[in-house]
Design a protein around this ligand. Structure first.
Ligand code: EPU
Length: 411
């Protein structure tokens, strides 16, 4: 059952609706624990990372109901720290550090797991907590954080980090005084968290810029919030439409969040039509090579780099892809080369010579975005491809296969 068999030479045609953002949902869910009353989240994607988070919360005594895409969380019964075994399965369990520290002035959270995309330190999260008065100890593979007096602080992040920005925001909402985060991440998911927290009664200004100011409050209350659309899922369908030379309307999105990708697709010769809440992508037989450098938002997203690389194997000439966020995010290159792609890796840059006819073969992956990338590669390849480990996709994409099938794909 863990093998996906895809016939090559397929074209995506039709329209698809995008689900709520994974990287928002996995921060918003723990954020609701900051209150003692229930919160309602709409547009929550039914993906494995969300289900693991809910398992972690259930284990901590939190009650919830999850019907269709509406999640109601009642944090009243919260009685313990996350189980190390469960927290280890999900990188975003690190948000429970900020939440528990804010709420109880004490947190014990297992060192986070996540995708295999290289070293992923959390030193900037810890630097923020320490500046706010927390003592941090690492023992028995877990972080132990204690703050007798959690106070505001002026924190300059040495790395633009989505996780550190959101974690410090979470802790600062209930700290005493003003916290200022400089060199903060500007991702739409950071803004989404700020909107949720402000609806809960927090005082956060500047989310979406590189300076965020959080005035601590005494208490937060439950709220009703809708998760933003997943720009990475939208981007996946945009790249798949272009690569298969199809035509797809991608709906229920915020086109502005896709600008870094839309600009590059246009540069290659893909036709992009933006509407208020959708984008129509039309592929063409020939593409121009382009150079791409991944950067924090509003730069080109690292999460779409493996998928975009597939598309570049179809461009006529040489393209360069430099990874500047997760430096070893290249686990898609060996399987692509096995399919016949002409790619050379030099440090953090992939040099891609195209166009290449990819040939279907047996592939294996352990990474979410690589799995999605390989599905696109398989769709445009000659002959049949088998992907083992494809279930990684279910960590971050809601009904990915069903959505592809609705676009005419045979899997
Ligand atoms: N970094 C540090 N120290 C820190 C934190 C980050 O050096 O304390 C470095 C990282 O090593 C990396 C860079 O800063 O080189 C950016 O890391 P960031 O903290 O922004 O990433 P993250 O919060 O761990 C989230 C998403 C990733 C996504 C990145 C970048 C979650 C759980 N994960 O990771 O999503 O790639 O932001 O946008 O929200 C994915 O969805 O497939 C995925 C991996």
């Amino acid at each position: 059952m863990d093998k996906l068999v895809i016939k090559g030479g397929q074209t995506l045609l039709g329209s698809v609706k995008v689900s709520g953002a994974k990287n928002s949902a996995i921060a918003l869910i723990p954020a609701t624990l900051l209150s003692d009353t229930s919160s309602v989240l709409d547009n929550v994607p039914r993906i494995r990372d969300v289900f693991i988070y809910l398992e972690i919360l259930k284990n901590m005594g939190v009650k919830y109901t999850f019907n269709q895409n509406q999640l109601i969380i009642d944090p009243n019964g919260l009685h313990s720290f996350p189980s190390p075994h469960l927290a280890n399965q999900l990188r975003a369990s690190y948000y429970l550090m900020g939440v528990m520290l804010a709420k109880f002035r004490h947190a014990v959270v297992r060192s986070p797991g996540g995708c295999e995309i290289g070293l992923r330190p959390i030193d900037q999260h810890l630097k923020g907590f320490r500046a706010m008065g927390a003592k941090v100890q690492f023992k028995d593979n877990s972080y132990h954080l204690t703050a007798t007096h959690l106070h505001g602080a002026h924190i300059y992040l040495d790395e633009v980090s989505v996780g550190a920005t959101m974690n410090i925001m979470l802790a600062a909402t209930l700290a005493e005084g003003l916290t200022i985060i400089e060199n903060a991440a500007k991702e739409p998911e950071v803004i989404d968290l700020a909107v949720l927290l402000n609806t809960m009664g927090a005082l956060i200004k500047g989310a979406g810029t590189d300076t965020i100011r959080i005035k601590g409050v005494k208490k937060l209350h439950g709220c009703h919030h809708t998760v933003i659309p997943d720009r990475l899922e939208a981007g996946t369908f945009m790249i798949a439409a272009a690569a298969t030379k199809g035509k797809v309307t991608i709906g229920q999105i915020i086109p502005k969040h896709l600008e870094p990708l839309s600009a590059k697709l246009r540069e290659m010769g893909v036709t992009i039509q933006e509407k208020d809440e959708s984008i129509i992508v039309t592929g063409h037989p020939k593409y121009t090579p382009v150079d791409v450098k991944t950067l924090p938002y509003p730069g080109f997203p690292t999460d779409l780099q493996p998928l975009f690389t597939i598309l570049l194997t179809q461009a006529e000439g040489t393209s360069l892809v430099s990874e500047h966020v997760h430096l070893s995010r290249f686990s898609h290159i060996p399987p692509l080369m096995k399919m016949g792609a002409n790619i050379r890796l030099e440090g953090r840059t992939a040099i891609i010579h195209g166009p290449t006819t990819l040939i279907g073969t047996d592939l294996y992956t352990e990474d979410l975005r690589t799995a999605a990338a390989l599905v696109i590669a398989a769709l445009i390849a000659k002959e049949e491809t088998t992907i083992t480990g494809w279930r990684q996709i279910e960590r971050g994409y809601e009904q990915f296969l069903l959505k592809l099938q609705s676009l005419g794909v045979e899997i």
